[in-house]
Design a protein around this ligand. Sequence first.
Ligand code: ATP
Length: 469
Amino acid sequence: MTPVNKADKLSPDASEKGDLSMPAKVDMDKIVSLCKRRGLIFPSSEIYGGLASCWDYGPMGVELKRNVRDVWWKSIVHERADVVGLDTSIMMHPGVWTASGHIDSFTDPLVECKSCHLRWRADAVEGKGCPKCGGELTEPRMFNLMFKTSMGPVEEEASTVYLRPETAQGIFVNFDNVITTSRKKLPLGIAQIGKSFRNEITPGNFIFRTREFEHMELEYFVKPGTDEEWLDYWVKERFDWYVKLGIRKENLRLRQHGKDELAHYARDCYDVEYLFPMGWSELEGIANRGDFDLIQHAKHSGRELSYYDAEAGEKYVPYVIEPSAGVDRSLLAFLVDAYDEEEVGGEKRTVLHLHRSLAPIKVAVLPLSRNEKLTPLAKEVFNKLCPNFVTDYDDSQSIGRRYRRQDEIGTPFCVTIDFESLEDKQVTIRERDSLAQIRVPVEELGKILEAKLKGEAFDASPLWATREK
Ligand code: ATP
């Protein structure tokens, strides 16, 4: 458990324990260390000692994060006719947060130790005393999780604005704009990806719970009475999305919220949970928000927010189903699930079995050595591939070490150029998971890689195939 420590320096926080009914297969330290070593994720402001719960995505991490966003956007927006996208501002009119209930209800109970003055989330403290020093704790007080700032050059109450704690409200307040301009009928979804901010009392577990993170949210507006059906539909869709992207089914489960646990706006809610290293914890929430948000915003803004169904000749306030996921938390689940340590030819290799659509680098071009005879062909191959695939070029150190480096960041294919390639204009493709290798003509390399990256089997022809020893 991590207190809100006054200096808020980087701390190895393991604040949150999920349901520990099953042991996870990899501990978080290994993931954090791989992320640092391979340029995926660094502690924020590290040269100043870091800032608790803030993380920076490095050269590999930024590619992985973009891929998580892209695969979500593709499946939710581009591959559907009934969802459109939106990108709203982080700072909104303060009235939005009064209407949504965030000013009054977006709180966690906070207690402070009277001896060491560390602060804790009351519902996460076991026993009566301070988890650090055993000191007496204050009575809980409700702590609002929204970050406040002021807009414009004058700092006064009237200029107070909040950093949004969710992207959903940007969607609700634009409901009418989207409905009237998109000419779409209900059911209609509006999707958004963007930063959210929550002044969490106990952040921790690496990027699982941070104070700044990215949301991927869909608000799917439906006719009242069809909402339960659509909730079931989206729960299944969202669960299957993780499975399609390679997460093992046994590491995922669904949990319905109990009546006493439901948020003030929710009629029903399911969590997709993942077996993180600290135990089963929420990965995504899928809620039936009813008409709460549109009714509230209509009341507070004075603008009517309803839908006219021309075919049925009726007007109603839609209900909304909300699948709400975190980019960072999904990315962590993908990393944990992909992580593996194997033995190859008596040597240990660490490998990320990332789904090809998520892998930061798709193809690595590796000349056998940094030899002046090999370099021109290797560069030619790189130049041919890089407009079409995210491609790395690496000619330093032994080929074995370069393979290991690509395995650790989950690169699905390595292309090796050797001295024979100069004669026969053929190169070797090596596949990350099976370690099978095939030899193909340079001319056809792009076409073959494209097919393999779309999911075509890596069925190494017996004539060509070898397995890395
Ligand atoms: P929790 O119970 O873990 O605090 P929540 O139920 O408040 O989460 P939602 O408001 O439903 O979370 O947000 C939807 C998703 O956004 C979560 O399932 C998670 O993936 C992500 N998320 C929420 N808060 C954070 C955070 N502080 N850091 C990283 N991701 C977050």
